[in-house]
Design a protein around this ligand. Structure first.
Ligand code: ADP
Ligand code: ZN
Ligand code: ZN
Length: 737
């Protein structure tokens, strides 16, 4: 562009006057009271969004020229200490107003510094590049963007066509509520294609919850649109790869960006459509720094820049489900979102799939890609402490002998342990809340995470006196070995011994381990797959006849009110792994099944699962949530404190609550502050952690409160009384309480 401008500015030496004051967003030290906007001098104005190099302390850092605040808020002109900017990355187009608005909103809403959020949203490598290096980087020829050419299309089913037509003609936001295997991805592909055809410059952003799912999706998009159009953005890429993708999106050369939650901040000047697949997934919530929800930001971003947004799921979050409620007598408008339903699996009778690719031809009945039948094993009727029931073991053995694969799901992680009596079914309820007290191993206490009530762990069951009380959800660690023992006499159709594999966080630590393990399952080299959440999501296994949840009950009695919602989503996902190849399943001559081992066979979660009835489950949960005034009928935030001791952490939280009361913050009357409690995982690496819950029926009231509280918290932290505090943070719309 302007080779002169990209040279390092030597303003002082030239004796030139710093006639302009620029507001520049820089990454200030984490959690300083600075918002991250600093004033610098420059000889001439620069458009907002321009990337610059500026001095910060003794370093030189990347900054973004920001919009000038209104005159009364601006720093007085001619401040003596005003330092000059050090350089301009003039070859890069400025980040546009939509991008800046997104960043400013995210910083405000999630209570973080503007500079921190803005700089974290850029690829790391950009931070190290000077103007000259950037100019060189941009001179490298990119691959020319070919026109949109699409491969031959499969005909959409009636349900898919209807969803696509509505996305085309209405404004949204849309919630695409489609069963597993209903062809949601095909709808995304078609909507992207409609957009790219209608507008030759438009861009689309497609988000998935996990890195593991991006290669699969990327393959489908590349097959449809060609490699030149599609780039990926996720944390599994190297810094140079990320910079390359980012630049392609920023320049408009890449038309489609596929990525994980971080991609919501990609610079996309011609953004026309955002897709959030598996929108209910907790991975969309960032758990450090600015704790943003990429799904919620996607909805905000689309609205602000006039793009469409499609949230897709077979088991939507209750927030999105509630937001998409249909019009009623009380509410003729209905919710803010437009709900689109695709209840049928592709190939099932009623889906109306007309394409040649649909599994609808062939032998009679082979097209019925139906969801598995759900069977519950009442563990109350099994020997005490049995981990695997005899009928389940027999079923696995029989299916393996016939050449089928079985999937055993463990979900022991991520749930707060509740104490349970093995004899009379007593559970550690909180006497003050409709919640269970959580078992804290470290000081052998029981604590309610809602109201803070604490008690010592009893020696024996308070109800029946049995000494057999233990945290729920244990005993699955040795499952793989136990299974091998129980299936010793089982053989595959070829006479070989049964092959068992385990996929979880431990088994997949090495790079590429997960991919090779999944490949082994796809290749039929595994008969029984044991695993956690990881194996339930997205994978298109073809030979699975049986899915079993071994010990799912723990989640029913978790202190986390979202645990049943997560359990239901997980079990529905897992069920969706069975019988994906309808023709093969039909040839087996017996239906695919999902088994649930439970002490509570009639629990509403399992009743709804049996009927594959998400809507009934959601309706039930929403009644409970409304009664208990919990999200989506209330809005929450957490104040977290980490310290050398639990007392110091909790003292900070208590002082923060007092400070708010004394100052009479705006919104105080509408925001409820609860007592400080230790986190479920209370101590990490010698640091004690505590939190305090804030709740309000009004989102704006909570927002006003938090914004006014922030400066008080900075002051408080500086007081000598809180010297032992390691850090504090605010989590808005937390996912785990
Ligand atoms: P979901 O994302 O809803 O789980 P997918 O989009 O992955 O479902 O579709 C499931 C399977 O059905 C895939 O193998 C896909 O290629 C196939 N499929 C999707 N739509 C159609 C269609 N209209 N005709 C034939 N096959 C289809
Ligand atoms: Zn008991
Ligand atoms: Zn309580």
């Amino acid at each position: 562009m302007h080779p002169e401008a990209s040279k390092k500015l030597e303003v002082r030496q030239a004796g030139e006057a710093l006639s302009c004051t620029l507001q520049v967003a820089v990454q200030t030290p984490a959690h300083s009271a600075l918002a991250g906007l600093l004033s610098y001098g420059a000889p001439a104005p620069l458009p907002p969004g321009t990337l610059v190099r500026v001095p910060l302390g003794t370093r030189e850092v990347l900054g973004i020229v920001w919009d000038t605040p209104p005159p009364d808020a601006a720093a007085p002109a001619g401040t003596p200490e005003l330092r000059p900017i050090a350089g301009v990355l003039a070859d890069l187009a400025p980040l546009d107003a939509h991008w800046r608005a997104l960043v400013a909103f995210a910083a405000r809403y999630y209570q973080r510094g503007l500079g921190e959020v803005a700089l974290a949203a850029l690829p790391a490598q950009l931070r190290g590049l000077g103007p000259a290096q950037m100019a060189r980087r941009l001179r490298r020829p990119g691959s020319p963007a070919p026109g949109v050419e699409t491969t031959e299309l499969i005909a959409l089913s009636e349900e898919q066509e209807s969803a696509r037509a509505q996305i085309h003609s209405k404004t949204g936001p849309f919630l695409l509520f489609g069963s597993t295997g209903s062809g949601k991805t095909e709808v995304y592909l078609r909507c992207v294609q409609d957009l790219l055809h209608a507008d030759p410059g438009a861009q689309a952003l497609v988000m998935v919850p996990e890195i593991n799912l991006t290669p699969q999706l990327q393959e489908r998009f590349v097959a449809r649109f060609g490699a030149g159009q599609v780039v990926a953005l996720h944390s599994g890429m190297t810094n140079p790869q990320r910079l390359k993708s980012w630049l392609a999106a920023h320049s408009g050369q890449a038309r489609i960006v596929l990525g994980t939650r971080m991609a919501v901040f990609a610079s996309l000047p011609a953004l026309g459509l955002i897709v959030v697949d598996e929108e209910h997934d907790a991975s969309y919530k960032q758990q450090e720094g600015a704790r943003y929800s990429a799904r919620d930001l996607a909805v905000w971003r689309a609205h602000a820049c006039g793009a469409k947004v499609v949230l897709g799921s077979a088991t939507p979050s209750l927030e999105s489900w509630h937001a998409s409620r249909p019009p009623s007598a009380d509410e003729p408008e209905g919710g803010r979102y437009q709900r689109l339903e695709m209840p049928s699996r592709i190939g099932a009778a009623g889906s109306g799939a007309a394409g040649s690719g649909a599994a609808g031809s062939g032998a009679a009945g082979s097209g019925a890609a139906t969801l598995p039948r759900v069977r519950r094993v009442d563990m109350g009727q099994q020997p005490r402490r049995a981990v695997l029931s005899a009928p389940l073991v027999a079923e696995i053995a029989e299916r393996v002998a016939r050449g089928e694969q079985c999937l055993l799901l463990l979900n022991r992680r991520g749930y707060a342990p509740v104490l349970h009596c093995q004899d009379c079914d007593w559970k550690s309820d909180c006497p003050h809340c409709s919640a269970h007290q959580v078992f804290h191993k470290i000081d052998r206490s029981l604590r309610c995470h809602h109201c803070g009530y604490a008690a010592r762990v009893p020696r024996a069951c308070p109800a029946c006196g049995s000494p057999d009380i233990a945290p729920m959800g244990r005993g699955t660690e040795q499952l793989e070995e136990l299974l091998a023992e129980l299936l010793q006499g089982t053989h595959r159709p070829d006479g070989g011994p049964v092959r068992i594999a385990r996929i979880d966080a431990d088994s997949t630590r090495a790079a590429g381990a997960l991919q090779s393990q999944l490949a082994a399952v796809h290749a039929g080299e595994v008969d029984v797959l044991v695993g956690t959440q990881m194996i339930a999501k997205g994978h298109d296994f073809r030979r699975i006849g049986l899915v079993a949840a071994v010990q799912p009950d723990g989640a029913l009695f978790s202190s986390d009110f979202r645990a049943p919602e997560r359990l239901f989503a997980l079990l529905m996902q897992a069920a969706g792994r069975a019988g994906r190849d309808a023709a093969w399943m039909a040839a087996q001559g017996r239906p695919c099944e999902m088994w649930v081992q439970t002490h509570h066979p009639t629990h509403p979660v399992y009743e709804a699962l049996r009927r594959h009835d998400y809507a009934a489950f959601a309706a039930d949960q929403l009644v409970e949530r409304r009664q208990a005034a919990m999200p989506p009928f209330a809005f929450q935030a957490l104040l977290r404190a980490d310290a050398r001791s639990q007392e110091v952490a909790q003292a900070f939280l208590a002082a923060a609550a007092q400070a708010a009361q004394r100052a009479g913050l705006p919104g105080t009357g509408h925001v409820q502050l609860y007592a400080p409690v230790p986190l479920v995982v209370q101590r990490v690496a010698g640091v004690e952690r505590a939190q305090m819950l804030l709740e309000s029926a009004s989102r704006p009231a909570l927002q006003h409160f938090l914004a006014a509280w922030q400066p008080l918290l900075h002051l408080l932290r500086a007081e000598p009384a809180h010297k032992g505090l390691v850090r504090w943070l605010v989590d808005v719309d937390p996912l785990a309480i």
